[in-house]
Design a protein around this ligand. Structure first.
Ligand SMILES: NC(=O)c1ccc[n+]([C@@H]2O[C@H](COP(=O)([O-])OP(=O)(O)OC[C@H]3O[C@@H](n4cnc5c(N)ncnc54)[C@H](OP(=O)(O)O)[C@@H]3O)[C@@H](O)[C@H]2O)c1
Length: 429
């Protein structure tokens, strides 16, 4: 093994970039011992040199053009911590790989969109493209799928992988407040991305579940096939109803593999309150992986923040320092399957909420349409009401989502239906 220091260029000095520099400094002796060689910073870059930050930039070689760092002969690894699915992050990584430099990134958007192309390039150039920090912050789930569970046939991988959404849903329940108020509070606290749809629209979770699905199922990354629903239309009433029935609402990333292909979804789901998923508070993440020999395994930890994310970036650097170079998705990139896109074909129960005109025959009509679509009712309750419209809650027996959706479309067109009917999948974890 090479005993020379590993020379690392860090591009992006925000939350994660500064976290990595701090980590490399404070844990220097542990890192050197574990890596078998020193990890040294060869240069740094960000957008604005003179920005006020908790780092004395004069102690490092500054590159005003980040692309120059990817050409720097004195740099072995480029660490991309800018973010964003396109420029300048994409060219920066591409150029680094073309220059036969290893790359470490925390950029899930970029990996979800361009991961396949970049992985092919990394392999061709015989360098690493590591992205542990791109999914679930400090939880080492990428390495777990690439290495520890790699002999298992994985059938399902479920996760709560966006801390902001989990924070908002938890606070709505704790404070008994509607989405709009808690969303505003989360924004004021700086928890929400500049483009909120990345968080609350489920896109960030979709980036992450597409990466996990590829690692788990040996399939080519396919972000475009993630069916994505965010949390913007979750009402407090549904959180309270779920609570009364022993459930909590969580935004889940769900990927499963069956004979018909790979299904990838992000959607709010009801999970049992007493399950590990149900007990998850605030910004913590959880991932469940089901393998044919290992069974169910769970991974819980901080999904973001300087320290946890830096921990993942540094572990990627230590791998490179040790000379562990693996294909980015855990197997030869050109042998990843192009999997068929499967509509979720697992059976699930659903929570349904309707507002129906309170007159004879209404419930019979509703039950008739559900029956016609082969959906049977497990529990049904009509709630107290003063006016002519009655709130009705139903929990179905397990059914296929496609059947449920056609039934809901038909019911929503009926004269007796006075709301946009709500349906939320129940996942018994
Ligand atoms: N924050 C987390 O907890 C977390 C967790 C997991 C993954 N990630 C991922 O980690 C990456 C970095 O996130 P972050 O939270 O650290 O972001 P951040 O705090 O917004 O920092 C971004 C950094 O990139 C620099 N930058 C922006 N545009 C640039 C350009 N054109 N050229 C050079 N530098 C540029 C900025 O420079 P200035 O400082 O000069 O403005 C800033 O230092 C993202 O991909 C994110 O998704 C973050």
């Amino acid at each position: 093994m090479d005993s020379n220091p590993l020379k690392v260029g860090i591009i992006g000095l925000g939350t994660v970039g500064l976290g990595v520099i701090d980590f490399l400094k404070k844990n220097k002796s542990t890192i050197t011992q574990k890596a078998g060689r020193e990890i040294k910073i060869s240069g740094i870059s960000a957008k604005t040199k003179n920005k006020k930050r908790e780092l004395d930039v004069s102690k490092f070689k500054w590159f005003s053009d980040p692309l120059a760092l990817s050409n720097d002969e004195d740099t072995d690894v480029v660490v991309e911590l800018i973010g964003g699915e396109d420029e300048p992050a994409k060219s920066l990584i591409e150029n680094s790989l073309l220059n036969r430099k290893h790359v470490v990134t925390a950029n899930k958007a970029l990996i979800a969109h361009h991961g396949h192309y970049l992985a092919l390039l990394a392999e061709e150039q015989q360098v690493s493209l590591n992205f542990e920090a791109a999914v679930a912050g400090g939880i080492p789930i990428v390495k777990t799928l690439k290495e520890s569970l790699c002999g298992n046939q994985i059938s399902r991988i479920y996760g709560v992988i966006n801390g902001t959404c989990n924070y908002i849903l938890t606070q709505m329940e704790n404070d008994e407040q509607e989405y709009s108020k808690i969303f505003k509070e989360a924004q004021d606290l700086g928890f929400v991305e500049k483009d909120p749809s990345l968080d609350v629209g489920g896109i960030d979770s979709a980036h992450k579940i597409s990466i996990l699905a590829s690692l788990a199922f040996g399939s080519r990354i396919n972000f475009d096939n993630v069916s994505t629903t965010g949390i913007e239309s979750i009402d407090l009433i549904d959180i309270n109803n779920a609570n009364a029935m022993g459930y909590r609402i969580k935004l889940l990333g769900l990927a499963s593999k069956s004979e018909s292909g790979v299904s990838q979804e992000v959607e709010p789901c009801l999970v049992p309150k007493e399950s590990l998923f149900g007990k998850l508070e605030g910004g913590t993440n959880i991932v469940m992986v089901e393998g044919n020999f290992v069974g169910h395994t769970h991974y819980i930890g901080p999904g973001a923040g300087a320290g946890p994310t830096a921990s993942s970036v540094v572990s990627d650097l230590i791998d490179i320092a040790r000379g562990n170079i693996m294909p980015p998705f855990g197997q030869k990139t050109n042998q990843l399957n192009v999997s068929l896109h499967a509509v979720e074909d697992l059976f699930s129960s659903f929570y349904l909420r309707f507002l129906l005109t309170d007159k004879p025959g209404t419930l019979a009509k509703l039950a008739g349409i559900l029956g016609k679509h082969d959906i049977s009712i497990n529990r049904m309750r009509q709630l107290y009401h003063k006016d002519e419209n009655a709130p009705v809650l139903i929990v179905t027996h397990p059914t296929k989502k496609a059947l449920l959706i056609s039934a809901m479309e038909e019911i929503s067109k009926l004269e007796i239906c006075k709301n946009r009917p709500v349906h939320i999948k129940i996942v018994d974890l």
